[in-house]
Write a protein that binds this ligand. Structure first.
Ligand SMILES: Cc1cc2nc3c(=O)[nH]c(=O)nc-3n(C[C@H](O)[C@H](O)[C@H](O)COP(=O)(O)OP(=O)(O)OC[C@H]3O[C@@H](n4cnc5c(N)ncnc54)[C@H](O)[C@@H]3O)c2cc1C
Length: 357
């Protein structure tokens, strides 16, 4: 079998990449080890029959260009926008952010600090367009962020993007609660439970660039039927575009000749030649298991152990509890049950301390 582009893995990113390539008219094949598509877009009946649970990804952010470039509704994907995006429960009050309602979110933040609410509005006005354009483009080196802004604004945007996350939070916001809001969101969205980089250094694994993403009201959607329906919908789009998706087909090895990937060997012994091989399996597995340490990628991982660490942390995030947790009754604001995310930490040090335990 031959193709132009062979994609290893039918998770969200493998499927999205395959769609872009297929739309260009390339002959695309996606090979997936698991019996069905989706990877971490995984929805299963793990409790009672008929109750489907998202085991990993739940929410879908509106900023990703893929959803502007491809309309998945004709392929059976239906979304619902939860009215409440986020709730932070504090001992005596709570902070609620609503989906796609900047005026309500301004008021929610202003209840803690009007200055912080004004700061977000000001950053949005000055930098939102530039930030969004650069966030989903190949990364620019420090010193070159903020292309197209007036020179003084460009320097300021570039400086803020490069700040360590916590430094940026502390510089931009005065309220402890607002700073906590962004630190908790960073933990949630980077998948860092505190066992990785942050536990070692006390630092959050992101920069001011990521803080912009958290501050600039992204609208969240939930896929009706579970996030695996999203994967099924993209797979139907791929079939429509003429791409092949082979499930239950593990890749055993990426074939490398003269330092270049030329195809893959499947576990069933078959070889597929391709002009380009793209691995959407995780980095460590790709380099160590599929390419092989003899190609000297071992050294690349040794030089950057965080790459491996990041995946270990993600794996841990999906641990399940084997017995019921001891719980306390809390006063639960009426609209909280409709939220995509909740946080209950009370101050900026607590997440780090608790995760270390
Ligand atoms: C607990 C948790 C919650 C999350 N929540 C959200 C959320 O709410 N919103 C959000 O946007 N993101 C969320 N994420 C992140 C999001 O799920 C992932 O970033 C995204 O799904 C990753 O997609 P991917 O295609 O890169 O990788 P994966 O989904 O991991 O796909 C990789 C695929 O490669 C396949 N594969 C691996 N090795 C081989 C091989 N040798 N041969 C063939 N196939 C192979 C695997 O079977 C898998 O299907 C969450 C992640 C976790 C862990």
């Amino acid at each position: 079998m031959n193709c132009d582009v062979l994609v290893i893995g039918s998770g969200h990113n493998g499927l999205a990449l395959a769609a872009y390539c297929a739309r260009l008219g390339l002959d695309v094949t996606v090979v997936e080890a698991a019996p069905k598509v989706g990877g971490l877009l995984s929805t299963e009946e793990v409790t009672l029959p008929g109750f489907r649970h998202n085991l990993h990804a739940v929410t879908l952010g509106s900023y990703a260009p893929f959803y502007r470039d491809f309309d998945l509704r004709p392929f059976g994907v239906r979304y619902v926008r939860p009215p409440v995006e986020y709730v932070m429960l504090l001992p005596d009050r709570h902070l609620t952010l609503r989906c796609g309602d900047p005026a309500a979110n301004y008021r929610a933040i202003a209840a803690f600090s009007r200055r912080d609410a004004d700061t977000i509005a000001d950053l949005h006005r000055r930098f939102h367009t530039t930030w969004l354009r650069e966030y989903y483009a190949p990364p620019l080196p420090a010193g070159q962020r903020g292309q197209g802004l007036p020179p003084a604004e460009q320097r300021e945007f570039d400086r803020l993007c490069a700040l360590p996350f916590r430094t940026a939070v502390d510089e931009m916001f005065e309220s402890e609660e607002v700073r906590l809001l962004f630190c908790l969101k960073a933990m949630e969205l980077t998948g860092d439970t505190g066992i990785g980089a942050r536990a070692a250094t006390g630092e959050y694994p992101a920069t001011g660039d990521f803080l912009f993403r958290l501050a600039f009201d992204e609208e969240y959607h939930i896929v009706i039927g579970g996030t695996n329906e999203l994967a099924q919908g993209i797979a139907r789009l791929l079939a429509h575009l003429g791409a092949k998706v082979l499930t239950g087909t593990p890749v055993e090895r990426i074939v490398v000749a003269s330092g270049r990937a030329t195809g893959v060997r499947l576990a069933n012994g078959e070889t597929v030649e391709a002009r380009a091989v793209v691995s959407a399996a995780n980095f460590a597995n790709t380099m160590l298991d599929l390419v092989g340490a003899e190609h000297d990628f071992q050294r690349a991982i040794e030089l950057n152990p965080d790459l491996v660490d990041a995946y270990l942390v993600r794996g841990l995030a999906s641990l399940a509890y084997s017995r019921a947790l001891k719980t306390k009754k809390a006063d639960w604001p009426a609209n909280c049950s409709k939220s995509c995310m909740w946080h209950i930490w009370r101050n900026l040090d607590e997440p780090i301390r608790r995760d270390r335990v």
